[in-house]
Every structure is written in structure tokens, then in C-alpha cells.
Design a protein around this ligand. Sequence first.
Ligand code: DOR
Ligand code: ZN
Length: 429
Amino acid sequence: MTVLITNVRRYGDGDPVDVLVSDGQIAEIGIGLPVPADADVIDGDGQVLLPGFVDLHTHLREPGREYAEDIETGSAAAALGGYTAVFAMANTDPVADSVVVTDHVWRRGQQVGLVDVHPVGAVTVGLAGKQLTEMGLMAAGQAGVRMFSDDGVCVDDPLVMRRALEYASGLGVLIAQHAEEPRLTVGAVAHEGPNAARLGLAGWPRAAEESIVARDALLARDAGARVHICHASTAGTVELLRWAKEQGIAITAEVTPHHLLLDDTRLTTYDGRNRVNPPLREAGDAMALRQALADGVIDCVATDHAPHAAHEKCCEFANARPGMLGLQTALSVVAQTMVDPGLLTWRDVARVMSENPARIVGLPDQGRPLEVGEPANLTLVDPTARWTVEGPALASRSDNTPYEDMELPAVVTATMLRGRVTARDGKIA
Ligand code: DOR
Ligand code: ZN
């Protein structure tokens, strides 16, 4: 397949160029390139070319809860959102705590072919927090698992976490922590504060997250290991990350689009769509997270795409499953919260949505420079277009978006995986 993208600005910078893609690579970059006879031409006028996005935190629900999402529908959402690689979390049923499950997820993703679906292996058997999994076998399998997490729950036992970090460091793989001290969140369903109190909802204190972030920074320091913090949600976490990085601790962190844009003032009704773990915090936390992403204290954006079926969301708030869709809205929320206010340029968006996540997890073929000879994992964005989010119109099998009826800036117009167009003009190609 040969594709010619005409008049496009790489990273939104400089003069427009033509980019020729063939044999899965960027073959040529120039002005007024001839159109090869067999080429599919994409008009890139006014558009921004970026490296394909990499999501370190996606829940695709396969195996076990395919009624909410599966690898096919989740891959479609990813491609439409501009992603060329996603990391599928291990809290499936059965849990991805063995090579049988992780290799299934990888192979099914390749079969669907819209995005590289990298399975995340569980840190502990059954996510029970007691016994470490055979990380080495999962890492050596076909999927080549490179990231492990019990996300959904925290590896709360400090001794287990310490051993996990030591074991992972020997294998050269990454541990990603869902930072939540469970003894501080028993029954908690919303951020601890007046908005939760007014609705009579049990509060989730910031300290539940921050105490684990601080502890894991120290464990990583002592083990000489790397640790990645999932979905940072508080201003205090930002301060701890800043401190840990200053000490030279190998800690990285992600922030979700919903924690950048939304806060707990949305809790005026019992709408289960606002339930998410960690919970939506206060406006001051969201501002601190934006600044941290701009400063590099937070390394990347990850969606925590968490599909849930209608019957799991349209019920009492405390019974609603936590989680929000994210893959198809991530770029637009980043545009709204970071690019429009001048906190990030499009060049920076390439860094936080593609280059940094690829580097954190060590993916050699993603987040690469937009240069000749590089793999053509590409995303094309119209930065001036706007769109209105409608849950049922999204590719996911579920429609639990918190952005229903919201108008957002920036539209992903095309995505290419190894030179093949996977999504174009809002449709799977
Ligand atoms: O809101 C969340 N949903 N947070 C998590 O940690 C897990 C996720 C899920 O699996 O639905
Ligand atoms: Zn989580």
C-alpha cells in the first residue's frame, strides 16, 4: 500500500510538505512529490501529522466481559482515536496472569489488525495481591509482555510490591501501580469533600493515592527499579513525583484526559457516568495535573479507557462500576485542556501521547521521529475542526462517556499502522 499525504505540517510546525508512505515506512518527504500511480492520496492541507499515539492504560474486557468491549471493538475505538499501540490491562476474567491469556490477547489484536494490542500481565496471581505471577514466562511468550500491573486494585502489601519491583528489574520489565491504599477507601465512591458529602457518598481521600505513591517511590529507590504510577489524580501526587524525580528515582507517571478536564463539581446528581477510580478531584488538582504534564513531572497521557455496559452504569451511584470511555476522546480533551490554553504545542502532544509512552515501556517501533526510513505509525489531526461527543456513535461496545453532548476541539482524520490506513474520516478503513 502506497499513501501520499499532501501539504501536511509535521508536528504542526514549519512549512507544509508531502509525505510518501510505502512498504510500511516513511519513504520520502518533500515539496510537490509526484503522485505514484497506485497511491492513495490524503489531503493534509491544514492538518497536523503526529506519530501514532500509544496508550499505556486501556481496558478491553476480553476475555470475560465481551458484552462491554472486546479486542475488536476496542481496537476500532483506538484506531479512530489516533492510536497505533495500546496496553490492555490485566483485570480481565480470567485475569491475564498467565502466558495463555497474555498470548491470546496479543494474537487476537494482531488478527484484528487495527492497533498493536500489548497485553499487560498481572503482578499477582488473580490480582489477589499475595503471590507474584510468572512474569518471566509472560515476558518470554509470543506477546513479549513488557508491562505488569494489577490495575483495578493496588499491590498494597509493601513486601509483595518490593519483590515485584526487584523481580521486574531483573527481567527489564515495568511495574505500573494503581496507587490506592485500600484501607483508606473502604466503601469510597467519590472524592472526599463537600460535593460527595452533599450526596451522602463515602469519600476517597487524596492520601489513599499519595501514601502509595510515596511508598512506591521509596521502594523503587531501594530496589534500583523503575516504577510507573497509573492515573495520577491529585496535586499532592504531583509534588511527590517532583520530589522523587529530583532524587533521581526512576519513577514515571501518567494522567488521564478525564482528570485533566473534569472535577467533582460534576457531582450534582447520582449519574453513574461520573464514577471513576481514582475519583474526579477538585479544580485545583486538575490545574496541578495540567501544569505537571506541561512541565514533564507527569510524563504522558493514558486513557484508562474503561467500558461498562448500561446496566452497570445506570444504577445507584455506589453500585455503578467505576470507569469512563477514553480512546476516541483523548486527543480532543488534550487539545482542549493543554493545547488551546497554550500549555502544550502539537510538538509536545507528540511527546506526551506517543514518544514518552513508547519510551517508558520500551516499544522500539512506536513514537518514532517523522523522518524518512521510520515506521509509518502515524496520526493525522485537524486542529481547527470541532465535534460533539455522542456515546452511542463511538466505536466501543459501551457508551459510558462523561463527555456526552460536549463540543470538543480537534479531530483525528486518519490513522496509519505500519503504513496501512486503519481509520479515516471517522470510519474504520
Ligand atoms: O475507573 C476505573 N476503572 N479504574 C480502575 O482502576 C479500573 C477500571 C476498570 O477496570 O473499569
Ligand atoms: Zn486503575
